[in-house]
Design a protein around this ligand. Structure first.
Ligand code: CAA
Length: 262
């Protein structure tokens, strides 16, 4: 893929920041350059005292985004793959934790990392005809930008598992039925509906708006923090068991372990 001068367009007006994905030729696929650019813009907007609401849109007719750049990913070894995952995670985490609420207006294909970034936003509005999927299973991987965690939390574990295990596509109406999007609107009204909602939110007091986001997110934050801490405890206590020692020893000796439940 050729280098384009601007992968994202930014506009700030009346308390509303708008980032428009702008690689239409490449279906707004996220390569490393775009991810870096996105991260810097999100940092700037997060610090901008004049922005109360952030909006994400796409300038590509056909897609919000076809996801992560498979060509770039396919050339990576394990460490490179890990770094690529971390770059996407960094974006999703910024969207999720930046002070301003984020509204995403979706149309066309929204695949893989597109769904993952959408899930990190606060409010999702989809145009009729949008197509969503987590297709990573079909390229031999799993969602790598938070999809296993955030999609499951938003649509429920059963629906997320079905999407992630099969890579199946769902349309905007099914996305609304399962709670993935807040509203479905005609394509021609998408930007207007998104901006009207952003204006309503931007008319509220900034501190209340930001604190509402922080407070609602805390449910998830404390869940993650508690879950990780709980896991470390359970992991650590196993080091007091016979079976842990037997299991590791057996692996190093190249034989099957004989567990004794103690
Ligand atoms: N990465 C790199 N290139 C991509 C791409 C991607 N994700 N998606 C599409 N393209 C490229 C195609 O290779 C093609 O390039 P050429 O013109 O050079 O051949 C061009 O974009 C147009 O694509 P198609 O010819 O396939 O167009 P289509 O209309 O038939 O299909 C599509 C469009 C449904 C989006 C299809 O391209 C597609 O399924 N793309 C793959 C989507 C995908 O699997 N995304 C998930 C990636 S993994 C991820 O995002 C998350 C992660 O966790 C890291």
């Amino acid at each position: 893929m050729e280098k384009e001068p601007t992968n994202l367009k930014v506009d700030i007006k009346n308390g509303i920041g708008t980032i428009t994905l702008n690689r239409p030729k490449f279906l707004n696929v996220f390569n490393e350059e775009t991810l870096d650019e996105f991260a810097s813009i999100l940092d700037e907007i997060g610090r901008n005292e004049n922005v109360k609401v952030l909006v994400l849109l796409s300038a590509c007719k056909k897609a919000f985004t076809a996801g992560a750049d498979i060509k770039q990913m396919s050339a990576k070894d394990r460490e490179g793959g890990k770094r690529f995952a971390q770059m996407g995670h960094r974006i999703a985490r910024k969207l999720e934790t930046m002070p301003q609420p984020v509204i995403i207006g979706i149309h066309g294909y929204t695949l893989g990392g597109g769904v993952e970034f959408a899930c990190a936003c606060d409010i999702r509005i989809a145009a009729e005809g949008s197509v969503f999927s987590q297709p990573e299973i079909d390229i031999g991987v799993i969602p790598g930008w938070g999809g296993t965690q955030r999609l499951s939390r938003i649509v429920g574990i059963a629906k997320a598992k079905e999407m992630i295990y099969t890579g199946k596509r769902i349309d905007a109406h099914e996305a609304m039925e399962i709670g993935l999007v807040n509203h479905v609107v005609p394509r021609e009204n998408l930007e207007d509906v998104v901006m009207a909602l952003a204006e309503t939110m931007a008319s509220k007091g900034k501190h209340a708006l930001f604190n509402a986001k922080r407070a609602i997110n805390q449910l998830h934050e404390s869940f993650i923090e508690d879950g990780l801490a709980f896991e470390v405890e359970r992991w650590t206590e196993l080091f007091d068991t016979y079976d842990q020692k037997e299991g590791m020893r057996a692996f190093l000796e190249g034989r099957h372990p004989k567990f004794e439940d103690r």
